[in-house]
Design a protein around this ligand. Structure first.
Ligand SMILES: [Zn+2]
Length: 332
């Protein structure tokens, strides 16, 4: 299972440039689905099962990144954020463009010392001396993401883009486990452009028109020495969201998720996320409203080049997805 996560995390795929991630997912899930399709925006839909209720799971395939906004006469590229990326996390990092060009994010030591690492002080250096040379490699409007290998150490996995490829991997593994035997008409959607405003989830949930929806995403953490107090611990089990900035989970959905964990001995923890939201923030507004929940995986150093999650939590999330796909929704 860890290889699925690592493979997906290492693929290039900033928001709006998810095609390679989708192609890899499609290859992985093809034998385990009844129907595969894409929508206009590029989200991938995998349908399994029939009968029961229409249940939709959504994990986003995009990752945060950069877009080139200007190239100066010496060939240095200025960049704008794609999603919630802090320039301080770019300092001395490598970033990769779609055509394989790798750039180093340059920041002057003077600015680092003064604590002035903002968008005005960072630039991408692709190893050239003129604008003409740079334009042979990258151009204004080209997207980049972190260039970073993944690794596993003990029960922990470290990679770029665990947000949200670990959840894509969880959906892939749940599809394999279900192997087309599902009591509900279930849609596993791999959405685009979550990081720039849950855009893929808006169209895909209108397309599915689910009776119930679940986002699968990473969440914050509360177990490093100097972090803000929070309930989520790595290794504490799958997180069941109570609330974030985009969703208040209905009591009946939260109860269904807790009961499902208890009945199946799935380790879980309750999550309140003070900053951020997920695809469920959009899913809840489809048609006349969709009751939504979120299965989250506690992750440290979110939106940084080395995010860290726990493989036990991943396994719990996979199991919870599998059981929720087969849950009885008739009394809700
Ligand atoms: Zn996410």
């Amino acid at each position: 299972m860890e290889q699925t996560i690592r493979t997906l995390c290492e693929i290039y795929g900033p928001s709006g440039r998810e095609e390679r991630v989708m192609a890899a997912i499609e290859e992985m899930i093809k034998p385990f689905v009844d129907e595969l399709r894409y929508d206009v925006m590029g989200s991938l839909f995998a349908k399994v099962g029939s009968g029961g209720k229409k249940v939709m799971f959504a994990a986003h395939a995009d990752e945060i990144g950069l877009v080139v906004s200007y190239i100066d006469d010496k060939g240095f590229a200025r960049v704008a954020p794609v999603g919630g990326i802090n320039p301080i996390n770019l300092y001395a990092r490598r970033v990769e463009f779609a055509n394989g060009t790798i750039g180093v994010v340059g920041v002057e030591q003077r600015d680092v010392a003064a604590g002035k690492v903002g968008w005005a002080n960072v630039f991408v250096d692709v190893g050239v001396t003129s604008k003409e040379e740079t334009e042979k490699l990258i151009n204004v409007g080209d997207f980049a993401c972190f260039k970073q290998d993944s690794f596993v150490q003990g029960d922990f996995i470290v990679a770029k883009a665990l947000d949200d490829r670990i959840a894509c991997a969880a959906q892939v593994e749940a599809l394999k486990k279900l192997n087309k035997k599902v009591k509900n008409e279930t849609y596993f959607v791999f959405t685009v452009q979550e990081e720039v405003g849950v855009r893929g989830a808006k169209t895909s949930s209108w397309s599915v028109e689910p009776d119930f929806g679940f986002a699968v995403d990473i969440t914050g953490w509360g177990d490093t020495p100097l972090c803000n107090p929070a309930n989520m611990k790595l290794g504490g089990g799958a997180c069941i969201k109570a609330m974030d900035q985009g969703l208040v989970v209905a009591p009946k959905i939260k109860k269904l998720m807790i009961d499902t964990c208890e009945a199946n001995k799935i380790p879980y923890q309750i999550e309140v996320l003070r900053g951020g939201a997920t695809d469920a923030a959009a899913m809840q507004y489809a048609k006349a409203g969709v009751p939504c929940g979120v299965i989250s995986i506690a992750t440290r150093y979110v939106h940084q080049p080395s995010e860290m999650s726990h493989l036990g939590d991943f396994a719990s999330a996979v199991k919870l997805i599998e059981k929720l796909a087969n849950a009885d929704y008739s009394k809700l």
